[in-house]
Design a protein around this ligand. Structure first.
Ligand SMILES: [Zn+2]
Length: 224
């Protein structure tokens, strides 16, 4: 049912969730954080993590949670490669709006064969980022994540390029599109309104007011 050499969708989803919590760093993810992220109860997450420990996908770190083994990390990077290529393919080739591609890719990422994945990558010109600015792991499963900071970290008057945004909140993405704010655009921080009010930001020839949560989801390229 699922392509040869792929893990089951559940294993892929766990590997991806752990990777997104710990990144490539050797940090650990706790059962509670994973349960939150996957929308599952801590007891079902614990049970699955025991199984993933037995098959060598994760390693348990006493009192801290789990981290991916090299095998688990390859599973995560392979599913991220399929997910991000699918998002770009859906957006560029089929014209699916960028706030909807994530939901479609969440389902398709488990059923795409390696052969089809590589055909899609070639068709897209072996891209290095998806429509949300997330880096796409290479065919060899290497992934470079350039350092970024969130929009609230800009000083008044500072400008930076909007390089990346979380793909998991379609309403946030839809809202940014409505404001005319898009990936690759240069934004200038004007300043924050008093009493923790919205941040005023210059985007092209307009000024937009963005709330703190939204600003924190928006990743900007590093200083200098
Ligand atoms: Zn996505």
């Amino acid at each position: 049912m699922y392509p040869e050499n792929h893990s089951t969708p559940a294993v892929e989803d766990y590997a991806k969730a752990i990777y997104s919590l710990t990144g490539a760093r050797a940090e650990t993810a706790s059962t509670t954080d994973l349960a939150d992220r996957l929308g599952l109860t801590p007891s079902s997450v614990s049970a699955m993590l025991r199984k993933l420990g037995q098959d060598g996908t994760v390693e348990h770190v006493p009192y801290h949670g789990v981290r991916l083994t090299p095998k688990g990390e390859r599973i995560a990077l392979a599913v991220l490669r399929r997910h991000r290529l699918l998002e770009l393919f859906l957006a560029e080739t089929l014209g699916v709006p960028w706030d909807r591609v994530h939901r479609e890719a969440e389902v398709l990422e488990h059923s795409l064969s390696d052969e089809l994945t590589e055909l899609m990558a070639a068709k897209l010109g072996n891209p290095s980022v998806d429509p949300h600015g997330d880096p796409i792991p290479t065919r060899e499963l290497d992934m470079v994540e350039p350092p970024t900071r969130d929009l609230t970290e800009l000083e008044p008057g500072e400008k930076a390029t909007f390089v990346r945004v979380s793909d998991s909140d379609p309403e946030m993405l839809g809202y940014l599109s409505e404001l005319g704010v898009s990936i690759g655009q240069e934004l200038v921080m004007i300043g924050q309104q008093p009493f923790d009010g919205p941040f005023e930001v210059r985007a092209g020839d307009r000024t937009v007011a963005l709330g703190r949560n939204l600003c924190r989801a928006m990743r900007m390229d590093g200083p200098g």
